[in-house]
Design a protein around this ligand. Sequence first.
Ligand SMILES: [Zn+2]
Ligand SMILES: [Zn+2]
Length: 324
Amino acid sequence: MNINHLVVNSSIAQGLDVIGDRWSLLILRDAFLGRQRFEEFRRHTGASRATLSRRLNALVAEGVLQKHAYGEGSSRFEYRLSEKGRALFPVSLLAWQWELEWGGAAYRDALPYTLLHTHCGQPMHPVAVCGHCHEPITLGSMALPTVARDTEQQIAAIKSLSGQRRVRVSQSTGEEDLAMAGISDLIGDRWTLLILICAFFGTRRYDGFLKQLGIASNILTDRLNLLSAVNVFERKSYQTNPPRYEYQLSKKGLSLYPIIIALRQWAVDWRPQGEVLALTHKPCGQALKIDVQCGSCEMLAKQQDVQFAASSPAAQETEGELPA
Ligand SMILES: [Zn+2]
Ligand SMILES: [Zn+2]
């Protein structure tokens, strides 16, 4: 197995370059809730003015948001989702569901909403399915392209971005910090992402990750510890002298797979760069087209049919507020 088969033109890295950080995910969430003004974003994301300004400008430059002046002679602007931005709805939906399901009690309580599918009136549990046969997208249902790729180029594309984003990896920050390790902290870090991708394709052991990724051993140890601490990996001993462990994806870890695949598809559709190899959905043999549907009624999850309802009285009191 080669890393070149896994990364596939670094589409995932391109997608993460746009939304793979905590603030961008929160801004997108607010945009999908209909928020458009700077002060609304600031209040609901808890971002500082400088950070918010920077992230909004980056999303405008990327074409995900469009900036419109409002009011006569005003220097104020609204930020509206473009078509490219709206195309991120399935990814946002899956990412949010993952936070609700796996983010831990501290994180869950901080999220003021649950999702409601107005089409069927049921709570919205988004499920990623194949757009052709409607079977769920799972690890093992995807066939990889077999064409040989330039391995080093592929790895370099992701590595070149890895220094740009700081991510929480320290074990000394305590339980509370780890409980807040949301999805962007996991997939917004290039090394963590690469380790996850290797794990999706069968790598289990320290030496395997080391060999596949050419990663520094201290970084690898950090990331494996983090992923184990947040229960994305289950650490299993396979040798006692000297002690050696395998890192197996937990149910929580496996549930990241559809999100990463959905993000990859968005990047392929909206940020095309160079040749892209199609992934094939094995059950139907068609090129992958991912759809996100409601788990209750199996209709396609459209933005206009998904509402956000306050999840608890406590949450209602602090409507929309997330901790900084
Ligand atoms: Zn299919
Ligand atoms: Zn439904």
